[in-house]
Design a protein around this ligand. Sequence first.
Ligand SMILES: [Zn+2]
Length: 452
Amino acid sequence: MRSIETTPLEEWIRLRIGKEGGQLARSEIEAWQLGALKETLAFVKERSPFYKEHLSGMEPEDFDCLSDVGRIPFMKASDIVEQGNRLICVSQNEIRRIVTLDTSGTTGNPKRIHYTDGDQELTIDFFHHGMATFTEAGDRVLVLLPGRMPGSIGDLLRTGLGRKGVEAIVYGIVDDCEAVMDIILERNITGIVGIPQQLAALAQSERSSLVKDIGKLRSVLLSTDYVSPAISERIGRAWGCSVYEHYGMTEMGLGGGVFCKAFTGYHLREADMLFEIIDPLTGSNVPDGTFGEVVFTTLTRTAMPLIRYRTGDWSRFLSKACSCGTILKTMERVRHRITAAVVLEDGLVLTMPMLEDILFTIDEITDFDANIDKAAGQLDILVNTSGEPEWLKPVILSKLENSILKDTISAGSLKINIGRQGCKAPDIKAIRKRNLMEINRRTDNDNIVQII
Ligand SMILES: [Zn+2]
């Protein structure tokens, strides 16, 4: 008998692709994806001026197998910014929600993602079945993500959970630790969804130990940012709960994939999206087990389908089957954004998640910032700590000197400067999505890995 429950996404996908019963086979998912891909190509070519040009000379009926997707040119974030409404495939009155994303581009055009009611329903359906991994009817889940606007992530989660008989309490981004702790402690919260750094700060707040004592909280789902294993472990230890992770971005319709009870990686929304991992230099698909850039194609969206969209995220498909026994693919935790890596003199690639993995093993560090000056060979680390930072300096240095940076530091190519962040107590509002580009703030552009 298998000890780990199979991800509920498998049964959901079996129903979604119309397989009547029996064991779902990998070949059946892929055959369905090929059909959906061909339909999507025909649909976008007919409806969108951008895709008419972008896919000219490409006939859907010529696609014989799923690997033919490799013939389709990639799309980048800049296509969404520059092409704007030329990507839209439905009439304006069918658009129910438009999300405008921050762009650092110089064109002045915003990056906007459009959704119909049907597109949003797909996300609700994913949340309904994905959250079933660790919730059941009668549970109470606290959502610490934005939820005021119709169609926002908190709003869609509330609807998805409601279909399972789970009550969602949507608080929004944490702005007051004490108020959130009151809710957790007084309202019998059994699950929490939130931003890794914010939940880590909550787990270290004054009354945090009561959560474990009361023993109601079973599961936490971390979303929207890189999750350092050290942070995940810290939250699980503080609250005595299981910590799951979710992968998604606005372009995916918020949801992409979620951990199962084996905690090895995300199982993906394979009835809604085709995921690929490519070599960012050659554009070719890499074998399972090899790292590369995550690329996805939407198979069921209608307002603004995205075809072979390059996410800039770095990950890999695991080559070993997940111990939950699913035939769905498993994608390892996303490591970092490709453009947010810095190459040091000795060729070592340094990213913010790498520093998180090292520094968050020190429990007293509640948050930190890092800037690198490659020309001066200096890495500045500004920490926020629960205790006095002075005595922590040798601990931090020792961790860095025994990490992946060991050779670089001992060769004298990188000096470490440790200071403290501006505010004494960690400001919960400031602890949100970490800006992974922060590390490049004092570097020149040529220090950034230019591989896209
Ligand atoms: Zn699994």
